[in-house]
Design a protein around this ligand. Structure first.
Ligand SMILES: [Zn+2]
Length: 238
C-alpha cells in the first residue's frame, strides 16, 4: 500500500551503507519515520527532495514496520534561511524540540501548520535583523507548548487569580504561568520577569509568529524570555 503525505523533514540519519531513515512531521499522521533506500548515493534524486526542513509531497510504501519512501516532490525549500546561520540554527532547535515533544503517529494539524508558519516566517525574515530568528523561535516554542496542552497563563496570577500588575511579577514553570509579587514569597522556584516579556508572550500566544518581528525587544528582555521558555520546556519534558 502506498500513501501520499504532505510533510516537513525534521531530521535524517544514515541507516546502512546506502539507506537513510527520515523523521518527518506530516499533516496526515503527525510524526512518522520512513526509510529511503539508496539515499546516501551521491546522485540520489530522492535525497535532494528530502533535505532537512523541506516541505514535500512524500510517497511511502508500507506493509509492516517502517515505511519505505518511494518518491518525493519538494514543494518549498525555504532557500533564504539556508544562507543565514542564525536562522538555520533557530530552525534546527525548533525541529529538535518538535521531535522530542511529539510521539510517532500522534496526528495534529495545528502543530503541522505551526511549524510550516514558523519556517515561512524565518525564511522571509532571514538575514534582516540580528535576533529576529531567536524571537520567532521563542514564539514557536510558546505556541507549540500551547498546542501540546501547556499554555502559559499570561493575564492573571496563577496563584491568586488576580489580574497581573505591570511590574514585580515572577514566572513559575511548575504553576504554568506568572505569579504576582504578593504570592511570590510562597514559591521556591521562580524567575523574575520583565513587564515587556509578559506583553511579548501575550502577543506571541494570540497572534501569528511573523507579527513578533515588529516588536521592540531589548537584549535584557530577550535573555529573560529565553530563560523562562527554557525553564518551561525542561519542566514539560520531565
Ligand atoms: Zn497572586
Amino acid at each position: 500500500m502506498e500513501r501520499k503525505y504532505t510533510g516537513i523533514i525534521l531530521n535524517k540519519k544514515d541507516s546502512n551503507e546506502a539507506s537513510r531513515i527520515y523523521t518527518i512531521y506530516t499533516l496526515e499522521e503527525g510524526k512518522i519515520q520512513a526509510i529511503a533506500q539508496g539515499a546516501r548515493k551521491a546522485r540520489s534524486k530522492l535525497a535532494g527532495n528530502l533535505e532537512n526542513f523541506i516541505l514535500a509531497d512524500i510517497f511511502v510504501a508500507k506493509s509492516k514496520g517502517r515505511g519505505r519512501i518511494t518518491g518525493a516532490v519538494a514543494e518549498k525549500v525555504f532557500l533564504n534561511m539556508r544562507n543565514d546561520f542564525e536562522s538555520l540554527n533557530c530552525v534546527f532547535r525548533a525541529a529538535r524540540l518538535l521531535d522530542k515533544l511529539t510521539g510517532i503517529g500522534e496526528k495534529d494539524e495545528k502543530i503541522f501548520n505551526l511549524f510550516h508558519e514558523f519556517l515561512s516566517a524565518v525564511d522571509k525574515l532571514a538575514g534582516e535583523k540580528t535576533g529576529t530568528g531567536e524571537l520567532l523561535l521563542r514564539g514557536f516554542i510558546l505556541k507549540l507548548l500551547d498546542c501540546l496542552g501547556y499554555k502559559i497563563e499570561a493575564n492573571f496570577c496563577v496563584s491568586c487569580s488576580k489580574k497581573l500588575l505591570e511590574k514585580g511579577n515572577f514566572f513559575s514553570a511548575e504553576k504554568g504561568g506568572f505569579i504576582c509579587g504578593a504570592c511570590a514569597g510562597k514559591e521556591e522556584r521562580k524567575l523574575s520577569v520583565t513587564a515587556n516579556v509578559i506583553k511579548i508572550m501575550r502577543i506571541a500566544l494570540n497572534s501569528k509568529i511573523a507579527s513578533l518581528e515588529k516588536l521592540k525587544v531589548s537584549e535584557k528582555d530577550m535573555e529573560n524570555m529565553k530563560k523562562i521558555t527554557e525553564e518551561f520546556v525542561v519542566w514539560v519534558s520531565n
